[in-house]
Design a binder for this molecule. Structure first.
Ligand code: RP5
Length: 164
């Protein structure tokens, strides 16, 4: 059994369509991961337990997505010294700007690496976690390089309707 290296958590299953982007990248790069709903305000004891035990269980980083008053990434970061990568989830009335402000404005001393609102943020959080793991894994670093090269080729092959 592969020990999970990255934990993906989110405040609600309604966050999953966004956080799935992170999951897909971890799958694509064959990173052992775990994924679950952990709510800061609805399951605070579970959140503390998760954060406190994350390092001893072998996780190397936690990707945490939350929306609204999005305190999950910050509270998890308060209870672990693992890198915490925060993904602001788009919210109904403030469209995720509330989530972004909640996650990005961590007071000095307890960092949360904050990504873009929504799918791009979730995808980039996973790619960032993969880049961290790649520091000690040359094979993974090579895969990441190939991924970037594919993207480069895709852009070079792009044509516009009015382009000669
Ligand atoms: C947050 O509240 C979650 O992260 C989610 O983005 C938001 C709404 O949750 P639900 O009402 O959909 O469960 O805790």
């Amino acid at each position: 059994m592969n020990t999970p290296q990255i934990g993906i958590i989110m405040g609600s299953n309604s966050d999953y369509p966004v956080m799935q982007q992170a999951e897909q990248f971890l799958q694509q790069f064959s990173i052992p991961y775990e994924i679950k709903v952990v709510s800061a305000h609805r399951t605070p004891d579970l959140m503390f337990e998760y954060a406190e035990n994350a390092r001893s269980r072998g996780l190397k980083a936690i990707i945490a997505g939350a929306g609204g008053a999005a305190h999950l990434p910050g509270m998890v970061a308060a209870k672990t010294t693992l890198p915490v990568l925060g993904v602001p989830i788009p919210s109904k009335y403030l469209h995720g700007e509330d989530s972004l402000m909640s996650i990005v404005q961590m007071p000095k001393g307890v960092p949360v690496a904050t990504f873009a609102i929504g799918e791009a943020g979730a995808a980039n959080a996973a790619l960032f976690a993969i880049a961290m793991l790649a520091n000690n894994n040359p094979q993974l670093a090579q895969k990441l390089k190939e991924f970037r090269e594919n993207q480069r080729q895709n852009v070079l092959a792009m044509n516009l309707p009015s382009q000669p």
